[in-house]
Design a protein around this ligand. Sequence first.
Ligand SMILES: Nc1ncnc2c1ncn2[C@@H]1O[C@H](COP(=O)(O)OP(=O)(O)OP(=O)(O)O)[C@@H](O)[C@H]1O
Length: 237
Amino acid sequence: MIDVRNVKQTYGKKVILQDVTFSMNKGEIVGLLGPSGSGKTTLIKALIGMSRPTEGEIRVLGIKQPSLKPMKQIGYMAQSDALYEELTARANLAYFGRLYGLGGKNLKKRIQESLSFVNLDSETKKAVQHYSGGMKRRLSLAISLIHNPQLIFLDEPTVGIDPALKRVFWNEFQRLRDQGKSFLVSTHVMDEAERCDRLLIVSDGRLIDAGTPEALKQTYGTIEEAFLKAGENLCKS
Ligand SMILES: Nc1ncnc2c1ncn2[C@@H]1O[C@H](COP(=O)(O)OP(=O)(O)OP(=O)(O)O)[C@@H](O)[C@H]1O
């Protein structure tokens, strides 16, 4: 699904990502775990083709990035919501669904399924500008899944989401994973990290470790310790 080789990303003179190499298989939930500013969003943006790495190579679904070719197979939920505030949730979903080539009965069905998954089916008449922060996050997630993508990138998807709904989301991610979908999820949240199949620990633009939550616990004691280790490196740099 993803193959990343020796990626370096610089902005001006500042090195943001360095020597990043990893791959990801179909049917995996991979967590990107690292402190604020460690480069998680920068890596996700390069993976979805929003930026071109300064060095190295990224292949997504077998296609060298950046490219528009894999777009219909990719879902992306950004860290900040990019919604049409004056439109309702249904109209936002219809707009993005059509951008991905959906239409007719299929679009209608996908909109209904998405609205009920994120628990917004009773709020469809309100313009998004009157939504709470958590409701907007939920709608952003629904939009990222509207076209039934194979590979889904979620940048801190549950910020502002209450614990009960967070659990619903993760159950759904794992259900979709069991159907063969793949997820790359950035997070700072330890209980989310525990629900990933594999974690990549990001520190100061480098992957300092990777493994299943169980394997990392054996090395560091707890996932939190692995995360703190990544933070120590960031403080030293
Ligand atoms: N377009 C840009 N130009 C210059 N610097 C940038 C740009 N985008 C990101 N950076 C810098 O790259 C570094 C990594 O940022 P990034 O957003 O990738 O971190 P992050 O791990 O996702 O953080 P957070 O968890 O807070 O979202 C930061 O120092 C940030 O200031």
